[in-house]
Design a protein around this ligand. Structure first.
Ligand SMILES: CC(C)(COP(=O)(O)OP(=O)(O)OC[C@H]1O[C@@H](n2cnc3c(N)ncnc32)[C@H](O)[C@@H]1OP(=O)(O)O)[C@@H](O)C(=O)NCCC(=O)NCCS
Length: 184
């Protein structure tokens, strides 16, 4: 498995493969419901103030993709997106991608990596709940109940720093997580 910058690969084929993987992973209306929408997302990751890394397997095929967006004048980067090809999940590729991204973003001088991970599909113990008037207490007790990616990020050292109640409709929050990756 090789992890390289998307800007350094044979683009047209790889971008098409990535679009398929992204579309298959997030086919819903809140995701990338068509190949064209997915392709635009891939192309946008080549822009300035972005980091975009792709995992290529032994057959030269795309196994996964991760990106980050510079925010807060480079002090913090938002991890977005992350996807591993469906038949390649559970083999440590997601972890490898996150670690490679952290290394790259650390080199760029950032202190923090953060991300938002939505619960639109009954993946956590706050799905469907009215979290007001105390959303922070719900954030503190958050647990994955159905393979939600927050458990994956937790394993890699990310902690819940807040929730955005009803971000995707009632009871469907966005969950914010962060990790210090730089030196104090
Ligand atoms: C989430 C995702 C990127 C994880 O990638 P992956 O390659 O399957 O994960 P890894 O094999 O590197 O897993 C690393 C560790 O996290 C654990 N893990 C992975 N996904 C998990 C989940 N959904 N819930 C709990 N633990 C999980 C693994 O068991 C492994 O644990 P271990 O180190 O104790 O063995 C992948 O499932 C994916 O692409 N999902 C669809 C897209 C998506 O949800 N992206 C994130 C949007 S915020």
């Amino acid at each position: 498995m090789q992890i390289i910058g998307l800007s350094k690969v044979n683009k047209i084929e790889i971008i098409q493969e990535l679009a398929v993987i992204v579309n298959q992973a997030f086919p819903g209306p809140d995701g990338y419901p068509t190949l064209e929408i997915a392709r635009v997302e891939v192309l946008e990751s080549l822009g300035e103030e972005r980091v975009s890394l792709v995992a290529i397997d032994e057959q030269g095929k795309v196994a996964g993709w991760i990106g980050a967006i510079e925010t807060y004048k480079g002090n913090a980067y938002e991890l977005h997106p992350l996807v591993v090809r469906e038949d390649q999940r559970g083999k440590g590729i997601g972890k490898l991608l996150v670690e490679a991204l952290e290394e790259r973003v650390r080199e760029l001088g950032a202190m923090t990596m953060y991300l938002g991970t939505d619960d639109v599909d009954n993946g956590t113990n706050i799905y469907g709940k009215d979290v007001y008037p105390d959303p922070l207490s719900h954030a503190q007790g958050l647990e994955s109940t159905n393979n939600h990616p927050m458990a994956f990020y937790r394993k890699l050292g990310y902690v819940v720093v807040g929730i955005f109640p009803d971000a995707n409709g009632f009871g469907k929050p966005d969950i914010f997580m962060a990790k210090r990756i730089g030196q104090i």
